[in-house]
Design a protein around this ligand. Sequence first.
Ligand SMILES: Cc1cc2nc3c(=O)[nH]c(=O)nc-3n(C[C@H](O)[C@H](O)[C@H](O)COP(=O)(O)OP(=O)(O)OC[C@H]3O[C@@H](n4cnc5c(N)ncnc54)[C@H](O)[C@@H]3O)c2cc1C
Ligand code: SF4
Ligand code: SF4
Length: 1022
Amino acid sequence: MGISSKQLQTELQKMFVSRVSFRKLERKLYGHDIAAMPGLVKPFIGNTIPDAVVQPESETELIELVKWAAKNGVALTPRGSSSSGYGGVIPVRGGVVVDFYRMRAIKNVNKAEQTVTVEPGIVWEKLDNELMKQGLTLRLYPSSYPSATVGGWLAQGGAGIGSYEAGWFRDNVLSARAVMPDGSVREFSGDDLDLVSSAEGITGLISEVTLLIKPLEDLDVVAIGCPDAYDLQRMAEDMIERKLPIWSLVFINPRMAELKNKAPLLEHFEFPVEERVLLPASYIMTIAFRKKDRDAVMAGLDEVMKPCQAELLSERIAEHEWKNRFKIMIVKRLGPSLVPAEVVIPLTRLGDVMAEIENKVDQPVVKEGVVIREGASGEPEVVILGFIPSDQRRFSYNFVFGLSLTIMKIAEKHGGRAYSPGLYFASKAKNILGADTVNRIKDFKNKVDPKGILNPGKVLGGGIVGGFMAIAQSIEPVIRPLGNRISTRIGERPTKPVRGIPADVAWYAYGCSQCGYCVQECDQFYGRGWESQSPRGKWYWLREYMEGREEWDQFMVDTILVCTTCELCNLRCSASLPIEPSWMKLRGKLINEDKKMTFPPFEMMAASLTKEGDIWAAYRKNRSDWFPKELWEKHGPSHKAKIAYFAGCTASHVETDIPIAAVRLLDAAGVDFTYAGQNENCCGTPMLVAGKWDVFVETMKKNIAAIKEIGADTVVTSCPACDMMWRQIYPRWAERLGIDFGITGRHYSEVITEQIKAGKFKFPDTGRKTKVTLHDSCHIGRVSDVYDAPRGFIEAIPGVELVEMEHNREWAHCCGSVLTLIKEPPVAADIGKSRMDEAMATGAEKILALCPCCQFQFRVTAEKKGLPIETIDLARFGAETMGYELPDPNPEVQKQWAVFEAMIALMTPEGFADLMGTMWPELIDAMPFGMGKMMRLMGKIPGALNLMKPMFPILFPRLLPMMMPKVMPVMLERVGERIPMPDYMREQMPELMPKVMDNLMPHMIGDVVPLVTDPIISYLRD
Ligand SMILES: Cc1cc2nc3c(=O)[nH]c(=O)nc-3n(C[C@H](O)[C@H](O)[C@H](O)COP(=O)(O)OP(=O)(O)OC[C@H]3O[C@@H](n4cnc5c(N)ncnc54)[C@H](O)[C@@H]3O)c2cc1C
Ligand code: SF4
Ligand code: SF4
């Protein structure tokens, strides 16, 4: 590299501003792929941490980047979603990883020609979703459809679902544009596509792809089971011979079926929430075809199956296998690692290859196969994705890894080849891609990239790693017995915490396949765009931590805390990992047990909650001010009823239209209910997610006692977070703590809908027509499965049309509220905007929301981003239909947000340093042991304070606790000047602020001191 690291940083920073990362953690996360590299191979590869990661947004930026890299001799490693496992994305010579995440636009859909032109970073699933809106769909896709990118598949080369009919992906590409190292852009089509397809980015950075697509048609699926691989081969051959109009043919082997039967099911609060579909221990073919071809296919299959020991499996199995076609990595949960072995063979040798693998490999090899009617040679081919369950934490993993070479040798013996050269099999490139193609790629590469800056070490040559793998394959017969002898201890879980990580979480970290399905759907990720913020990145980091290569710092603590707890990742995960519950466990470990710092505003909330029962620093005595006077006697605390309405603190103090509307509706619907009034407290959700579990437990106890005191056994809420507490969290915590609970949690929308169904309540017809959309809140949707009730509520209002957002019900995206809003308000507005854009795309006039926090977030986002759509509370919407007038929550929301935003800005090292800068005289005077006087004196002696400078980080943390009480009055005055507090909050600050400072300063002072050192010296000098 002909450039210093400082210069590299300065210049990349200038080019990419916030779309470049030099953070070590981020660089590490962009330095690997899905495969766990065996320890014995690592030394041959060396350091794989790049110098930087950049995220270009356009072809123009790519051009600028490659010119810069060529001039400075900096290696560029392109990266799609890193769902491949051949080392293609591993930056073996440092330099810069080029992440294509931000180049994901669809540029043109040509319906007449049935083509689509896209930027390379678009994920297959997202592209298909957009195409389907226009009655089109993909001809084929990889089974990593939820994460892999179009550019990644073209550069990697491959076949997948739909390949039976469509062949290899390359044959479905019309053209591709790529940026050359001299900054020119070249369009490849026809035979020239060989120069970029399967070239893994060594010949150019793909900036655009035009691919063939097809009309969207209904599909049908059948599954066939047969115990024998020769029969499987015969049937596939016969299907081709008979020209059955099949679109996709994939199969699994009996081992895979066996392990799938044992794989964990999707869980919710530790209970399985899906039914197990048991698969027979046979080869299972899943065949997809157009519905209109059903008769032809079924008649043909009947004939095909006759001479074989095959049977048509149940529809349930067929549907299950099809629905779970992207979840092949689920078996990794049993491993916890998988050694990959992927080969391409002629269909005519399928039986022989399978038999020989069985014969030579004693470890359980799980396989998935893709049949291609017309392969690269024009003859039918089969891609076999093989995996051997193993354990990367053990040395024996190296030997099991060696067995992948056995499988490759077997494939080669039968006229097959490895799937892809990548990094490891670069020495086999001629066998994989064909000698002619490799020679053309080589010539082209020599011409356009003489310095070898584009993805060095891949496809051509092979370098040390390729050499090592070539030697390893030549001694394969020696390695094989070692690999075969290992007793694979599948499923050996840790029983104790690993470096403090709870045993189950430690196990999940290894169970993560790094497939990336969770990444782009995670709002923590898409609000920021960096791997460290995704579940995949966090699992990888945890492995690194457990293996002693990483330590906790505030950045990683914050990374765990800032997850919005939306739980979408749990549903996306290909390994059905309980992801969000794992982060929840870590919150308690980090904050409650290890006493690390939570988000500073939570300390203010905790102080307010402990004092007054709410997080808004409002007085308890005002908690029930919102309650309609005329209903007080009928439903207030002195009324005894089995149902209690629980308002929660945001609704009680900020968005008061919500509880007013809810109790109006409950009353009008004839529900007999009571209310705990001022005995009610915050539900505790903020403290649970803050990791301040001791405050949470105290709050929970008070709430349970309050409800018991009024004699209720059912709590009806209007806030999803409160609902989650009463329905899901309190019962579990109460049981753990031996507290008698016996309370049921419900949402008012369920109660009202029930009354409507029972004919006890009806909305009047106002004659108004309106179109609305509904935002499903995570804490009542994914957490408690309440989707139908709010819809039933809306549909019961005459004249109202409900239009669904693209992501709705269990796939609804998070609003991006509380945790993001508290930690990074600008990110929260970005996340909120993406949800509100989706709402606006429906053409609805209003977003109906049923959560005070989602509404708060949408209102703040709309204000910040200037979005012209109104957010209305669902209960308010219903109550207004009934003619009730309700207060406008917007002014209070904006007022409270101004306080919050200023508070968030203050509670940072920069904020505190700035605040201290306004009170040097008071701070110096408050120093104990006459130190203030001494400092003033030293300020007059030239150079003396500079000599003292190194002492500041030691002195300040010790002195500050003694100074705090003395400077508190002036500090409160200055805080009051900065934060536009309402009177009730200002009055309480003398009590709240010292508690907040006591909790925060020990953590923050280390970051504050460097910021105040020079200013304090300047003050003392002047
Ligand atoms: C669960 C699972 C199922 C899978 N199923 C299949 C399957 O059915 N068929 C199949 O073929 N593979 C499959 N794979 C492997 C992998 O998903 C595919 O190879 C996929 O296409 C890689 O896409 P990606 O975006 O993740 O690319 P990456 O893994 O990020 O990159 C792949 C290669 O392309 C290069 N590259 C990426 N983007 C560019 C660009 N814009 N310009 C130039 N070079 C670039 C990279 O440097 C690398 O060499 C599967 C993987 C998993 C985890
Ligand atoms: S719960 Fe939501 S924000 Fe948190 S990691 Fe999962 S997807 Fe991301
Ligand atoms: S957490 Fe699940 S979805 Fe995400 S990378 Fe890991 S296995 Fe894949």
